[in-house]
Design a protein around this ligand. Structure first.
Ligand SMILES: C[S@@+](CC[C@H](N)C(=O)[O-])C[C@H]1O[C@@H](n2cnc3c(N)ncnc32)[C@H](O)[C@@H]1O
Length: 220
């Protein structure tokens, strides 16, 4: 990722999302700033490359990007401002814990989660974005029939995420259980998606629909 000098000085390599505190959360006045509640969410936006690109391609959609690192939020807001994009906002938040405080019940029709941090060490797994709590909250903020699009380059993380999502009974894999979809989700691509494509690394993509009635796939 390219960083502007000011941002670079303020960043550590990894940032523990669990350090985000409740008092830091500021939920915007959606009506005043966006003309209504967002319909599309990008979770873990980095510096907002995809947020800007997608919002520009879909000017009639209201979009929000959630990001736990303050410096990345600042960069993404600057990017939106410079591109004069008025249909997208950035919210500084730990999405694992506060998704249902930021977004209203049944409001989201499309959710993107691209290349979440892997947190390889077992003792750091609790920092991963995908958890049962996160999935419950994501399901709660999504409209009936809404889509959840997930992509990652990391096989170990992918196995963990797909297992957790498909065992939750909250989302249905639109292709088939545990199956990827090959095509990019949108003409707009994420910074990591472009980077791994240039390197020739794999990109596992999954397209889920919100399950209306919770059905545990692993129930006896
Ligand atoms: C590897 S980057 C991917 C950025 C972008 N989605 C892309 O595909 O280029 C992961 C991003 O998720 C953010 N992140 C990690 N945990 C988060 C959390 N709990 N809530 C919000 N953002 C989080 C990180 O700070 C980082 O910006």
């Amino acid at each position: 990722m390219k960083l502007r000098a000011k941002t670079k000085n303020r960043l550590r390599h990894h940032s523990n999302p669990l350090n985000f505190r409740w008092e830091q959360l500021e939920v915007p006045d959606w009506q005043e700033l966006l003309g209504g509640h967002p319909e599309v969410v990008d979770i873990g936006i980095g510096m907002g490359e995809f947020l800007c690109a997608y919002a520009q391609l879909h000017p009639n959609k209201r979009m929000v990007g959630l990001e736990v690192r303050q410096a990345f939020c600042d960069e993404a807001r600057l990017r939106l401002h410079e591109a004069e994009i008025s249909n997208a906002l950035v919210v500084h938040a730990n999405a694992t814990v506060y998704l249902n405080r930021v977004l209203e019940k049944g409001s989201i029709e499309l959710a993107f989660l691209s290349f979440p941090d892997p947190w390889f060490k077992k003792r750091h797994h609790k920092r991963r974005l995908i958890s049962e709590t996160f999935l419950e909250q994501l399901h709660w903020v999504m409209k009936p029939g809404a889509e959840f699009l997930l992509q990652s380059d990391n096989q170990e993380l992918v196995e963990f995420m797909v297992e957790t999502i498909e065992n939750s009974g909250l989302f249905i894999n639109q292709v088939a259980p545990h199956q990827t979809q090959d095509e990019p989700f949108s003409e707009a691509t994420t910074e990591r998606e472009d980077y791994y494509a240039r390197k020739g690394y794999p990109d596992w993509r999954y397209r889920y629909t919100r399950q209306d009635e919770k059905k545990k796939q692993d129930s006896p």
